[in-house]
Design a protein. Structure first.
Length: 276
């Protein structure tokens, strides 16, 4: 049986790597420098899936990803919720009081902002959490630390100067699983999420009218996010998640109404809610 190949952004020990291992054990994990590279590998058939972080319970959405989702042509086929516990990692022999600078991905730095402020540690943004461990090892400087997973610390042979330094104990990152083709589960009455994007027409109350069908058809809207299209201030694209399956009549009716008041409607995928 062929092993699955899962792309993720970062290097070994990154939280995306951990998520990929948890969802797809005994698979091959393909590190990528960027989210776009990971998605491109799915597009060209080099891998089966990409594990992409989209939001954190405390630091909010991962900005780059929402611009990429509509452009890739890929489908969302699943989600995964990863509890995230950050470690302050240092070279051997360093103590907490030695540390002046902590390097990590901007999301991780934001998730540990209270600890860094309390200890007077300067935040330094890097492209990836686990990659920051490489820099700490390379510098060999006791005043520099990385914020990353305990797995990353083990891989790079770093000490834990402080454990679980995230602002909130329930710190959780949500990932979506991207594939080349849709994998819509058969409807059996279970909990489903359908994700889609659209652009509201330039008419009064267009957004209200576009989404009104979901209310009248009893469809729960759980996420609505906007972002500027191609950097212009004249129009916005909307990313939406609803608790619904395409087989439900109410969802079909709501989507018919959406198409009447919106443009560029594109369903990104239907998938089951993650259950621990």
């Amino acid at each position: 049986m062929m092993r699955l190949k899962i792309a993720y952004q970062g290097v070994a020990g990154a939280y995306s790597n951990i998520a990929a291992k948890n969802v797809y054990p005994d698979s091959d994990y393909v590190p990528c420098d960027t989210f776009e590279e990971a998605m491109n590998k799915v597009q060209n058939g080099a891998v089966d899936f990409a594990m992409i972080p989209v939001e954190n319970s405390n630091a909010g959405r991962v900005t780059d990803v929402h611009f990429l989702l509509p452009k890739t042509g890929l489908s969302i086929v699943g989600e995964y919720l990863l509890p995230v516990h950050h470690q302050l990692l240092t070279v051997k022999g360093a103590k907490l009081e030695d540390i002046k600078t902590a390097m990590s991905h901007p999301q991780a730095l934001a998730q540990c902002s209270a600890f860094l402020k309390a200890h007077g540690i300067r935040a330094e943004a890097r492209i990836d959490t686990a990659k920051s461990c490489e820099f700490v090892l390379e510098y060999g400087d006791k005043s520099r630390a990385a914020i990353a997973s305990s797995l990353a610390g083990e891989i790079y042979g770093l000490d834990v100067a402080a454990a679980n330094i995230e602002n909130a104990a329930n710190n959780t990152t949500r990932f979506v699983i991207m594939a080349r083709t849709p994998m819509v589960p058969e409807y059996d009455g279970d909990d489903y999420i359908t994700s889609f994007i659209f652009k509201a027409k330039n008419i009064p109350a267009a957004l209200y009218k576009a989404l009104g069908g979901f209310a009248t058809n009893g469809i729960n809207l759980i996420k609505l996010e906007s972002y500027l299209e191609e950097g212009r201030f004249v129009s916005a694209q909307f990313y939406v998640e609803v608790e619904a399956h395409p087989a439900q009549k109410g969802f079909k009716n709501a989507m018919d109404e959406l198409h009447f008041f919106a443009e560029n409607v594109h369903v990104l995928g239907t998938y089951g809610r993650w259950k621990n």
